[in-house]
Design a protein around this ligand. Structure first.
Ligand code: SAM
Ligand code: SF4
Ligand code: F3S
Length: 402
């Protein structure tokens, strides 16, 4: 049997797919180069927005004649509807006991992944979420928070560094609520000998401690980049979203981080058009964007997800058109602040981890997670390079090799 995995959603799902691939290979299955060439199609699904579920139903004809598995983040309320169309609907946490498995492993995190890159790897440190933001599918699809033992994570990180990986992402829906002290975990990974960068995502403002800021400042391998989802710039909307902080508190955290780590780049996640979001409430989000001057933002139009609190108790009353308008307005502000932030790199030489060669250009990320485009050749992919920045754009930087 030849398998092909289709992955939707966030880095967490991409990482899970690497474990699925690891389990399949260990069971003697072979990877197919394309869906067409496969006998077994595994769809690792995301439920965070309705569009993701719709897309899967739309692609059903492509799976004709194949054995199909649906896994990943599936909403309990949609499970029945989906199960009609797939041969198997399987829980990712039971990966070590799937019907195709030739071995038994109760803890799916212990299954060795088949990494998709040779220099950048993700290590899930926790999964699930206890926060129940009123709009969010994750607590229903992934269940409650489970943190992996520190020892296992450190062992995985050590092995990766020994294999020559240059970048390690620590992943979780809420990494800083890692049960066995996130700061301590970071400090221990930071002591692994070798040249590599440590990144992590996502962080919840409610758990962002002074200790974590200190750790980021003191550990040289932790990169000065932070994704700190705000979701809305209005404290009343945050209350309706069940996000337990105010905008005042959020701004205080950002101020503290910037004081300790002045070179930090900050990105955010935000939802526009949440239930009942008034023009004034949205104006507050615009105000926040202008004040914080984000480097990057993932702007999402609110999408009602069955079974969540906002779907059950609130009204999705902002029109599609208005949501798109609000998204565009935030994008305009973001473009300006990002460009301004990027301008300060012009003329400077920075380190870049080259990740890709496309259409005659090298692409990579700087320590601050800025996309950098460089003239160069393919063999440089996977290496650190010094790059002189010639031009700043909203989406990133352009430079030449030193
Ligand atoms: N745990 C992270 C946090 O607390 O910010 C976020 C994880 S969530 C999987 C990724 C992003 O999807 C969220 O930050 C949010 O902006 C967006 N999102 C979640 N539910 C959504 C919904 N119902 N409609 C639109 N965007 C949504
Ligand atoms: Fe979803 Fe909120 Fe949990 Fe993030 S913290 S995964 S937005 S419920
Ligand atoms: Fe990620 Fe989507 Fe699940 S964003 S955690 S794959 S619902």
């Amino acid at each position: 049997m030849r398998y092909f995995i289709i992955t939707y959603g966030c880095q967490m799902n991409i990482s899970d797919s690497e474990r699925i691939s690891g389990a399949m290979k260990r069971s003697g299955l072979k990877p197919a180069k394309s869906l067409e060439e496969s006998d077994l199609a595994v769809i690792n699904m995301c439920s965070v927005r309705r569009s993701a579920s719709d897309r899967i139903l739309g692609s059903l004809p492509k799976f004709k004649g194949k054995t199909t598995v649906l896994t990943g983040c599936i909403l309990p309320k949609e499970r029945r509807r989906f199960s009609k169309f797939f041969d198997y609907v399987l829980d990712i946490k039971e990966l070590g006991e799937w019907p195709f498995s030739s071995f038994k492993e109760k803890d799916y995190f212990r299954i060795e992944p088949e990494y998709s890159s040779k220099f950048s790897a993700c290590i899930p440190i926790m999964t699930g979420c206890n926060n129940f933001c009123s709009y969010c599918a994750v607590p229903y699809t992934r269940g409650r928070e489970i943190s992996r033992p520190k020892k296992e994570i450190i062992k995985e990180a050590k092995t990766l560094v020994e294999k020559g990986f240059k970048e390690i992402w620590l992943l979780g829906q809420n990494v800083n609520s890692y049960k066995y002290e996130f700061s301590d975990l970071l400090r221990k990974i930071n002591t692994i000998p070798g040249k590599f960068w440590i990144r992590f995502t996502s962080s919840h403002p409610k758990d962002f401690s002074e200790d974590l800021i200190k750790t980021m400042k003191e550990c040289s391998k932790i990169t000065p980049y932070l994704n700190l989802p705000v979701q809305s710039g209005d404290s009343n909307v945050l209350k309706r979203m069940n996000r337990p902080y105010t905008i005042k508190k959020y701004k205080e955290i950002v101020k503290k981080i910037r004081k300790e780590i002045p070179e930090i780049s900050i990105s955010t996640d935000v939802i526009v058009g949440f239930c009942g979001e008034t023009k004034k409430e949205f104006e507050n989000t615009k105000k926040l964007f202008k004040e914080i001057k984000y480097d990057m933002a993932y702007i999402n139009k609110y999408s009602e997800r069955p079974g969540t609190e906002s779907a059950e108790k609130m009204k999705d009353d902002i029109s599609k058109k208005e949501k798109s308008r609000r998204e565009k307005e935030l994008n305009e502000i973001l473009k300006e602040t990002a460009l301004k932030n990027n301008k300060k790199y012009e003329g400077k030489t920075i380190e870049v981890l080259i990740s890709e060669f496309r259409k005659g250009f090298l692409y990579g990320k700087s320590k601050n997670y800025k996309t950098v485009r460089i003239e160069g050749s393919e063999e440089m992919v996977g290496s650190f390079r010094q790059v002189k920045i010639k031009r700043a754009l909203s989406w990133g930087l352009e430079g030449i090799l030193k």
